[in-house]
Ligand binder design. Structure first.
Ligand code: ATP
Length: 358
């Protein structure tokens, strides 16, 4: 395999000419570093600029301004074939008239490597992606998952320093998608290749990534590990986009070192925070639905506005301080279930509350 390289994006802007003839900024001043060997996912809603960012790393789009480095080299103006990258597409993009072996060997033949070397490299990669024995098959004789493995093999066999994935699992059925997440991650770890993956599926991003880059309207909202992004969302957008969240306005009572005391349901909670907030600042708090327990006794009484059995969990909406809050209680078979219209109490701990700016 070739040398491991990092990818650095510096002040990247991409402006397109919109249908109305006015410029439209799809990517607005992005800065980030993807470390060597890291698996990073660009995640965000449709139109947030993730594909454009990926295509700029590949060289299919040229930034309007800013620079892209792969390793030490500034590749901003290089064509895709001059960059040390390979892309795996959603559509597989296999050659229908070539068998699996020849599909994977295609790029190596263009490089005019000897037959022996090609043979060795292709067989090694087919083994890595679990396709040995299928060399003679045509693409249409393979399942979707197998075709995506061929696409991955074809990218890997070129020994790029950076592997780029553009929603590669979107065409597969739900079960296969879940299986292929683990497979792609296994193969990526085995090769140790720096990878940038685009998806709008948060489960995919959470389960595969070392770090996730959350994008919204052309800017980066947050970069962090899946755990950081879920537990410490930096903005309202991230809190709302990743999983379910109750986002409430809260009043700051006072501030101590790395803590804010906030008032909620007439109780004071001392909440740890890295935010540098002043007493007059407006803040929001984030409470995840599974982070609060419904109990028989306590000091915060709530009304159960709705209670729905979902199998693995019971879905509740409760009323607290005239606000509706979503709760999820797992394993309802072995827990007390509160019915719609009942009163209950909540067991809310300060460490289940996360503070963000308003
Ligand atoms: P999706 O998940 O829907 O693919 P995305 O986050 O990948 O979304 P991009 O494809 O990067 O989003 O597009 C970002 C914005 O730029 C969108 O508003 C899109 O319409 C616009 N855009 C992308 N390519 C072009 C183009 N070639 N010409 C004009 N506008 C474009």
């Amino acid at each position: 395999m070739s040398e491991l390289k990092n990818v650095v994006l510096k002040n990247i802007v991409k402006t397109y000419l919109g249908n109305d003839g006015k410029p439209f900024t799809a990517v607005n001043n992005i800065n980030l570093e993807i470390k060597s060997g890291e698996f990073v996912t660009l995640l965000g809603p449709s139109g947030c600029g993730k594909t454009t960012t990926l295509r700029m790393i590949a060289g299919f789009e040229i930034p309007t301004s800013g620079d892209i480095y792969i390793g030490k080299e500034n590749v901003s103006k290089l064509t895709p074939d001059k960059r040390d990258t390979a892309m795996v597409f959603q559509s597989y993009a296999l050659f229908p008239h070539l068998n699996i072996f020849d599909n994977v060997a295609y790029g190596l033949k263009l490089k005019k490597l000897s037959k022996d070397v090609i043979d060795k490299k292709v067989r090694k990669i087919l083994e890595l992606v679990g396709l040995n024995g299928l060399e003679e098959r045509a693409p249409n004789q393979l399942s979707g998952g197998q075709q995506q493995r061929v696409a991955l093999a074809r990218a890997l066999v070129m020994e790029p320093s950076v592997l780029l994935f553009d929603e590669p699992l979107s065409n597969l059925d739900a079960k296969l998608r879940v299986y292929m997440r683990t497979e792609i991650r296994r193969i990526q770890k085995e090769v140790g290749i720096t990878s940038v993956y685009v998806t709008h599926d948060q489960a995919e991003a959470m389960s595969m990534s070392d770090r996730i880059i959350i994008m919204n309207k052309g800017v980066i909202e947050q970069i962090g590990t899946p755990k950081e992004i879920y537990e410490k969302p930096a903005t309202k957008f991230v809190a709302d986009f990743i999983g379910e969240a109750n986002i409430l306005e809260a009043e700051i009572v006072d501030i101590a070192d790395k803590r804010v005391n906030i008032k909620l349901a007439d109780k004071i909670f001392s909440v740890k925070t890295d935010l540098n907030v002043g007493k007059e600042d407006k803040i929001n708090i984030v409470i995840r639905p599974e982070a609060v327990n419904l109990v028989d006794n306590g000091d915060i009484e709530v009304n159960v506005k709705s209670s729905v059995f979902m199998g693995a969990y019971q879905d509740y909406v409760i009323e607290l301080d005239n606000k509706e809050i979503k709760l999820v209680q797992y394993d309802p078979q072995h827990k007390k279930v509160y019915n719609t219209g009942e009163k209950a109490y909540i067991d809310l701990k300060a460490n289940s509350i996360h503070v963000i700016r308003n």
